[in-house]
Design a protein around this ligand. Structure first.
Ligand code: NCD
Length: 350
């Protein structure tokens, strides 16, 4: 595996290993100069055919902290406007010399198609393909729950709202259940996929009866831009039945977490006050997103999957030593004089 296309390509052990790696990158992110030379000389392109704030900035921040070079492709100001095909765009970008392409596209399957065109010469990361998958979101979400509660085993996680149009829900269900959680989807029938065959989930339509049993309430945005028909009578009615209001939060267990992938529609799926409660870990999700994406980029572009998955973090080379160009406490180079060149003997500082 050179790519991260779907959570279904990862085993439970793979996800757990990525989480441990994320712990190490979270530590790097807390340093006064949060930068390591792990991907020095590597070039990553952001190929975003759909709007994004947090995902693109988060990948960008991750790449910078790993000292990778980056290039941004914005559809609005590119030759796509002149009629260039996706395949020609991708082959053009490859010819410039890139190691990784992080792609978001409105059509499901595009990241697989690119991997095929490039015959696996470049690592592809799926940053969201249509309604299909968003694997790094699921990795950062499951990491956030693990970080707050220790493990997902035996947890009851409710995913509430517009599951039908949600790539986040599809990837989250795969990750949560792989890690031993039980998942309930809570939505009106019109906001569920037409078939849930093969989904390892329970479905409920009444949020109020499920809330007291949940360890995590995961709210989805009403994705109006993807709706071609009226799936709920009105947003007010949706909020009345499925919105996480202050009254509904009172029905939750004391230690239950509230999550949302962002961007939030305050006042629709989540009330403004609930979004700011201490139990709402939405900002932690964003913070963990950077460390998660550092782990993913490092895994695919740095040491190689074979060396990382299945290895203990402590067995990995000294890539987490500070960047010697940095200065200040905690940022003096230690060990290798050749940043980016692996010393197989030294351990990672976790
Ligand atoms: C999500 C997306 O774009 O799939 N946002 C994100 O990446 N954090 C969810 C959404 O748009 O509602």
């Amino acid at each position: 595996m050179n790519h991260l296309l779907s959570i279904s390509d990862l085993t439970r052990a793979d996800i757990e290993q990525l989480h441990r790696l994320t712990d190490s990158f979270a530590e790097v992110s807390r340093r006064s100069i949060p930068k390591v030379p792990a991907l020095r000389g590597k070039n990553v392109v952001w190929l975003f055919y759909e709007d994004s704030t947090r995902t693109r900035l988060s990948f960008e921040q991750a790449a910078k902290r790993l000292s990778a070079d980056t290039m941004t492709f914005s559809v609005g100001s590119s030759s796509v406007k002149k009629g260039e095909s996706l395949r020609d765009t991708v082959l053009t970008i490859e010819a410039m010399g890139v190691d990784g392409i992080v792609v978001r596209h409105a059509s499901a399957g595009v990241p697989w198609q690119i991997a095929q065109w490039l015959e696996d010469r470049v690592s592809i990361v799926n940053a969201g393909d249509g309604w299909h998958e968003h694997p790094t979101q699921a990795l950062l979400d499951s990491y956030t729950i693990r970080d707050e509660r220790g493990a997902l085993d035996g947890m009851h996680i409710g995913i509430v709202g517009d599951v039908k149009h949600s790539r986040v829900a599809r990837s989250d269900v795969l990750a949560y259940t792989a890690l031993g959680a039980e998942v309930t989807l809570i939505a009106p029938p019109t906001l569920l996929p037409s078939s849930l065959e093969g989904w390892p989930v329970t479905v409920r339509h009444d949020l109020d009866t499920v809330l007291p049993s949940l360890d995590v309430v995961y709210l989805l945005r009403m994705q109006k831009e993807r709706m071609t028909e009226h799936l709920v009578p009105s947003l007010r009615e949706y909020t009345a039945r499925y919105g996480l209001t202050s009254r509904r939060v009172d029905a939750l267990r004391d230690d239950a977490l509230v999550m949302h992938p962002g961007p939030m529609n305050r006042g629709v799926e989540i009330s403004a006050e609930v979004a700011d409660l201490p139990r709402s870990v939405i900002i932690d999700q964003v913070r963990n997103g950077v460390a998660t994406r550092m782990a993913v980029l490092y895994l695919l572009l740095g040491q190689g999957v074979d060396k990382v998955l299945g290895a203990e973090v402590s067995e990995l080379p000294v890539v987490l030593d500070p960047d010697p160009s940095g200065s200040g406490p905690g940022n003096q180079a230690q060990g290798s004089n050749h940043p980016g060149q692996a010393s197989p003997t030294a351990g990672v500082r976790a």
